[in-house]
Design a protein around this ligand. Structure first.
Ligand SMILES: [Zn+2]
Length: 105
């Protein structure tokens, strides 16, 4: 991803913060109208194909019936695939929470 692409991407899909792990995320607008949180950097292994259209980042989850065309050149990893907050929902032994809002007792 070069600098120009990054600038375009920043305008089309500004960074947000994951409510669970507080890492930066972007939203890809899906065909269905909902917004899918993805990791901010493009990832060739990601299964979300996207493009900038009308100044927005639009895309879809790649499937057997829905394969990316030549214009869907951006690939993203869905954030839920890597979100640490979700992965460690049953155990917090590795990383202590940065801020504990809930009382322990
Ligand atoms: Zn997260």
């Amino acid at each position: 991803m070069n600098r120009r692409q990054r600038d375009v991407l920043r305008d089309a899909a500004p960074l947000h913060e994951c409510r669970d792990c507080h890492l930066p995320i972007r939203f890809v607008r899906l065909d269905t109208g909902s917004a899918l949180p993805v990791n901010p950097l493009t990832n060739p292994k990601g299964n979300v194909a996207a493009r900038i259209s009308g100044g927005r980042l639009v895309g879809f989850v790649i499937s057997r019936d829905h394969r990316p065309g030549p214009l869907d050149s951006l690939r993203f990893m869905p954030h839920h695939a890597t979100c640490e907050a979700k992965a460690r929902s049953t155990s917090s032994s590795t990383t202590p929470p940065a801020a504990a809002d809930e009382p322990l007792f």
